[in-house]
Design a protein around this ligand. Structure first.
Ligand SMILES: [Zn+2]
Length: 474
């Protein structure tokens, strides 16, 4: 049934997105623009994401820490590229009570400075390395345009910061983390992605290079979803992170940083949700099964109890909606909230010894005999839904991946159906800037080990050196 609180996504995608965020009770707005209240439904999804990623980080030797919120101005200023990259978005604390501070304190937009300053104090010898730290925290960036989960002033994220004794180890770390993100997007979020290296223009301020995970949303707009940066010795020179290497010489350390944010929730919405509400991949759904008993019949409640107990025993998260709302209202609510499997237990079905299961991804109603192995069916259904969501997103991504050999091709694609646009490139900044003049198309990433679409750059006609994916971004 159509949900009248949700605009159709084919009519107005932007409105649809904010309708979903509100209808599924993920976020509420606060008095400060871009600083949203993440409600229980939204925060529970974030916790599932944290759990999945945190497990991967820890199993690869990373440890969680917590750095302070405030950064002294002098410390921030030590890395000039980072400062100029973030300067327009930094918020400052200038007063303590009514007394003006001697030195302004910046509210962290990211924590490279704090980690680097700390590392400079504790890293003395190669024996102290590597240090592989991660923190889950909030950051603040004074953005002008804000949208829930996609671009906020305050948002939640994780930022990993590691320090190594040589470039081989640090570069391996940068790549290993990219693989962790890629696997998480594929296996948990059911979102297919492309990965590659950012161009010089688009890389993180202060990095030698940035690797990125890029996803394509339902409307063909691209979302930078996670990044992993290799710093080489850039920060260690600015912050004086020196150690005695194995040859007993002083050397600057090699660093990485990497992060992903609550923006992943936005990606899940824009890839999987429909006009009825959220559609959550089972692997990150805080509640996997919603049981709706219909009526107060004794048999109804005993079957409800039996199934609940089995779900608890199997460790499958579930809820029972036994509120006094109408069944129709409860069905719609479980759909808005994106719960993967709904079980309807009604008197009439039970007379035939059956219950009804409804899968959220296809809305298919399945009549199930109580003599069947219900738990095996639910487990299979959850796997099916997870796989189906990924496959659907993957074929959509493939159908929205285009090739451009000329500027005209770029224009035609972007005016017909935006998506990932693959094109070869000479590597010059001027040509990248020229392509941006077409509806703000930006380079997403340089693909690695990929054949060139064309031997010539579509802008200048000179020899193409790299294969790049382009697109419009959030
Ligand atoms: Zn060119």
């Amino acid at each position: 049934m159509k949900n009248d609180k949700i605009t159709s996504k084919d009519v107005d995608f932007a409105k649809w997105y904010t309708d979903i965020v509100t209808a599924a009770k993920l976020v509420s707005y606060s008095e400060v623009k871009g600083c949203n209240i993440i409600l229980p439904n939204g925060y529970a999804i974030w916790e599932e994401m944290q759990k999945g990623l945190d497990k991967s980080f820890k199993s690869t030797g990373h440890k969680n820490v917590y750095m302070p919120l405030l950064i002294p101005e002098s410390l921030l200023n030590k890395e000039s590229e980072l400062v100029s990259g973030f300067a327009p978005e930094v918020a400052w604390v200038t007063h303590g009570g009514d007394k003006e501070l001697e030195e302004k304190l910046c509210i962290r937009p990211t924590s490279e400075t704090l980690f680097s300053d700390y590392y400079s104090k504790v890293v003395k010898s190669y024996r102290d390395l590597p240090l592989k730290y991660n923190q889950w925290c909030n950051v603040l960036r004074w953005e002008k345009e804000t949208r829930p989960f996609l671009r906020g002033r305050e948002f939640l994220w994780q930022e990993g910061h590691t320090v190594h004794e040589n470039s081989i180890e640090a570069e391996k770390e940068t790549r290993d983390i990219l693989e962790i993100y890629k696997k998480f997007f594929t296996d948990y979020l059911a979102i297919p992605v492309i990965t590659g290296r950012k161009t010089e223009k688009e890389k993180f301020a202060g990095a030698e290079y940035t690797l990125t995970v890029e996803a394509l949303m339902y409307n063909g707009v691209c979302l930078q979803s996670a990044t992993s940066h290799y710093f080489g010795q850039k920060f260690s020179k600015s912050y004086d992170i020196k150690f005695l290497n194995r040859e007993n010489n002083y050397e600057y350390a090699y660093q990485t940083s990497w992060g992903t944010t609550t923006r992943m929730i936005g990606a899940v919405i824009m890839v999987h949700a429909d006009d009825l509400g959220l559609v959550l991949p089972p692997n990150i759904a805080p509640t996997k099964v919603c049981i709706i008993p219909i009526g107060t019949d004794e048999k109804v409640s005993s079957v409800t109890t039996t199934i609940s107990e089995k779900l608890a025993k199997e460790n499958i998260s579930y809820m029972v909606d036994d509120s006094d709302k109408t069944p129709g209202f409860k069905f719609a609510e479980s759909e808005v909230n994106g719960i993967p499997v709904r079980i309807e237990i009604g008197k009439r079905d039970l007379e035939n010894n059956t219950i009804t299961m409804v899968r959220r991804d296809t809305l298919e109603h399945i009549s199930v005999s109580l003599d069947e192995d219900i738990m095996a069916l639910i487990n299979k259904l959850l796997l099916d839904i997870q796989r189906n969501l990924y496959n659907k997103a993957k074929s959509r991504m493939e159908s929205m991946t285009f090739e451009a050999k000329t500027i005209e091709d770029f224009k035609n694609i972007i005016n017909t159906q935006p998506g990932f646009i693959k094109s070869s490139w000479c590597g010059k900044r001027e040509c990248e800037d020229k392509i941006k003049e077409i509806n703000g198309i930006k380079s997403r990433c340089i693909l690695e080990n990929e054949e060139l679409t064309s031997s010539k750059c579509p802008v200048c006609g000179e020899e193409a050196k790299e294969e790049v994916v382009w697109g419009i971004q959030y």
